[in-house]
Design a protein around this ligand. Structure first.
Ligand code: ADP
Length: 300
């Protein structure tokens, strides 16, 4: 029996892609797609030729996070053309194929596998420095498909995104174990939503009244600070938000022998950038997440 012709075609397509990076997470909602999007923006801003492939077939959020909602895929004689944010940042997602963004994709494994294969076979990326693959959470059909299609040895490695608490870290261990089993190198773990630090002037202050109702006392607090201790207006208020008393991702990485890439704080401006499909990395308006993301990307 000869080699699988699909894999041969994929091999030919991928011959023009220098580096392939998977972005994984154990759970949903930890910021994996946000990280994939910001990583792609950042690499493109560094003048690399970048492709972002969204294989989260049931929940594609990449089109929105790059402000490409409503765009469609075009076909040329070379294959399917990605949708371009800029000339050096192309995106492919099932989101571009759905008649409307509210449409549910209810597919079993073989159909998902079929589409991932087709993405890899039919999309014409051209010369790429990086192909960033945003996978769904967990270790399911899509993950097996991408690893089989690209051949684990053809993948430079995986970045795993998590939040600091144990409930999320337990699932990261499964991702690490998946990577080890299939032979994909773990480039490292990113601890996202790791604490919240905001200027005290951004906060709303609430007081619980005797009736149990909450009243906004922000102006009263600000006036008090202005009068009694104006330097307090320059303070940042920080909170851990999620429990990291177990040592967070850094400790888990040490135990599992995989690199810890760093922490990205909760940053309302990063959330806004993701909502609006903008880069936060080079945006001077972005808060504490921008330098944190920059440091992580420099480590890769
Ligand atoms: P996942 O891909 O893991 O399901 P998303 O990337 O969709 O998660 O993120 C879930 C939500 O949290 C999105 O609205 C996203 O913009 C927001 N988010 C992610 N990381 C941060 C952060 N560090 N600060 C603020 N909001 C964030």
């Amino acid at each position: 029996k000869g080699p699988d012709p699909d894999l041969v075609t994929i091999g030919e397509r991928m011959a023009t892609v220098k580096h392939k990076i998977l972005v994984l997470s154990g759970k949903g909602g930890v910021g994996k797609s946000t990280f994939s999007a910001q990583l792609s923006f950042a690499l493109a801003a560094l003048d690399y030729q970048v492709g972002l492939l969204d294989i989260d077939i049931c929940g594609p959020s990449i089109p929105k996070m790059l402000a490409l909602e409503g765009q469609e895929i075009h076909q040329s004689n070379l294959g399917w053309s990605p949708v371009y944010v800029e000339s050096n940042l192309g995106v492919m997602s099932i989101g571009f194929m759905l008649p409307n963004p509210d449409e549910a994709v209810i597919w079993r494994g073989p159909r998902k596998n079929g589409l991932i294969k087709q993405f890899l076979k039919d999309v014409y990326w051209g010369e790429l420095d990086f192909l960033v693959v945003d996978a769904p959470p967990g270790t399911s059909d899509e993950h097996i498909s991408i690893v089989q299609c690209l051949d684990a040895t053809g993948i430079d490695g995986a970045i795993i995104v998590t939040t600091p608490q144990q409930v999320s870290l337990i699932d990261v261990r499964k991702e690490v174990s998946f990577c080890k089993k299939v032979g994909v190198k773990v480039l490292g773990v990113v601890e996202n939503m790791s604490g919240l630090c905001q200027p005290v002037t951004d906060f709303k202050f609430m007081k619980t009244m005797e009736t149990g109702e909450q009243t906004d006392v922000t102006e009263w607090v600000r006036d008090y600070m202005r009068e009694k201790a104006p330097e307090m207006l320059n303070l940042f208020a920080c909170s851990e938000v999620f429990d990291s008393s177990g040592g967070g991702a850094a400790k888990m990485c040490q135990e599992m022998g995989v690199p810890f890439l760093g922490k990205v704080p909760l940053d309302p401006q990063l959330c806004k950038a993701a909502e609006e499909g903008r880069s936060c990395f080079l945006d001077k308006d972005c808060g504490a997440s921008a330098p944190a993301l920059k440091k992580i990307i420099e480590k890769l």
